[in-house]
Design a protein around this ligand. Sequence first.
Ligand SMILES: Cc1cc2nc3c(=O)[nH]c(=O)nc-3n(C[C@H](O)[C@H](O)[C@H](O)COP(=O)(O)OP(=O)(O)OC[C@H]3O[C@@H](n4cnc5c(N)ncnc54)[C@H](O)[C@@H]3O)c2cc1C
Length: 499
Amino acid sequence: MLVAGAGPTGLALACGLVMQGVSVRVVDTAAGPATTSRANFLHARGSEVLARLGALGSLPEESVRAMRVTTYLGDRPIMRLRFGDPGLRTAAPPMVISQARVEAALRDRLSEFGGAPEWGAPLVDAQADGAGVTAVLGDGRSVHARWLVGCDGTGSTVRRLAGIGFPGVKVSERFLLADLHLDWDLDRGGTSGWIHPAGLLGAMPMPDPDGRGDLWRLLAYDPGGTGEKPSEEEILDRFAAIIPERTGDTSVRIRDAVWLSLFTVHRRLAEAYRRGRILIAGDAAHAHAPFGGQGMLTGLGDAENLAWKLGLVVRGVAGEPLLDTYEAERRPLATEVLRGTTAVTRMNITRNAAGRFLRDQVAVRLFGLPWIQRRATYTASQLWVSYRKGPLGGAGRKPRPGDRIGDLDCVRTDGTRTRLHTALRGRWALLDPAADADGLAAAARARLGEHVVPLRPGTEGPGDALLVRPDGHLAWRGRDAAALGRWLDGVLRDGRAPR
Ligand SMILES: Cc1cc2nc3c(=O)[nH]c(=O)nc-3n(C[C@H](O)[C@H](O)[C@H](O)COP(=O)(O)OP(=O)(O)OC[C@H]3O[C@@H](n4cnc5c(N)ncnc54)[C@H](O)[C@@H]3O)c2cc1C
């Protein structure tokens, strides 16, 4: 298996594949790991993916728990949003953590399996044939693999070589970005945003590896600045002017800069996620605004969804149609996420009177309502994601096949206690109140092999057995081993749940 790109998506995919017993080679154009970070926020579902991959490590302790977003008009707070509702039964918390640290944690996990990305190794060409893909690296070496996955970001070479279109539109003019050590008496318990006629300014506290506790991520809309790309010095000068102009606070002092950059928001979605033996995931498949912290989160979810399916196909347990369920489950989700991030961007940058009225008067009031706040947290967290309407989904009582199963107390066959998501770790869980090892567990193991963990729910009670997929979604529920066998046979052969 060849993975192009050692960003969060490629690394998560590599870890997931190795956990499925698949050998993986990861190549990346860059000379080495990134030291600066685009993403700074990981919502709960992303943390859960890391936990299920065994890659969470010490990230929760290192992270900043800055779950509030306060919006100001001048110096007047007009809206407060609070993320991280404790009632969501997650296996891991949402985190303010740098993308560089997330990638490092994934690399550490990969190295536990003896793997490591190959740096300075761009994929420059790829030819697919019936038996696999022959890729060419920058130094002329050719690599043959049965499958190639492009996790190579928005400018994906793999996507282009596979002939997959990436239609979309530009959503905004440029934003300036700066990670700065600041002398600023601003609340580090959350993100602050200022609405200003010249454009939005956002300030988010960042975990500070050197312990100074004064590192901030600033984002400023700069719609006038459409000319030549400014130098780092010019970006810094712009921030020195923008901070007092948009916050009204003239006491802020810039100590030093860690990273200065700029970006423009585009909304793009790949026409397909697979062409034969070539697949794409993460930003290679969907590009959107950073607002709402959805990009890395969605890429990690793609990787987890694809890993177990590719694992089954590579091991010869499932046929290729199972791989089509990857696009069928993940592309509609990306469409939804793109809609949300585009709406948030448009709201942030609106300059016309009607848009400003909607944002500053209507949205502000709505977001003050507790139930809207809960809804916003839930939406941003992606804990709502369900594949119920996809080819592996189903109807009936909740939870339905395709729904995410929250973390639960469980009992192993040896009587020791565990949590559902801890038990998954690349495997399927059969959560059977009757603990009938000869019936349901045997039917699952006959098809999926040793990748099934039999468990009993920690709290007693009658009910269906649940077969939970490695990505934490419900595969099947019922009591009849023959029906479970038919379901698995259909899914593994046809990539469709028998109706
Ligand atoms: C300012 C900003 C803030 C953001 N904040 C958040 C946030 O808070 N939360 C969030 O979830 N998301 C956020 N995002 C989005 C997030 O950064 C991306 O969605 C994420 O990096 C996507 O990961 P990826 O692995 O798919 O792609 P990338 O991170 O782009 O990784 C692609 C990798 O592929 C390599 N590569 C490229 N071409 C080739 C080739 N031909 N061969 C081999 N390797 C190649 C690159 O070197 C790179 O290492 C933000 C984005 C920006 C710009």
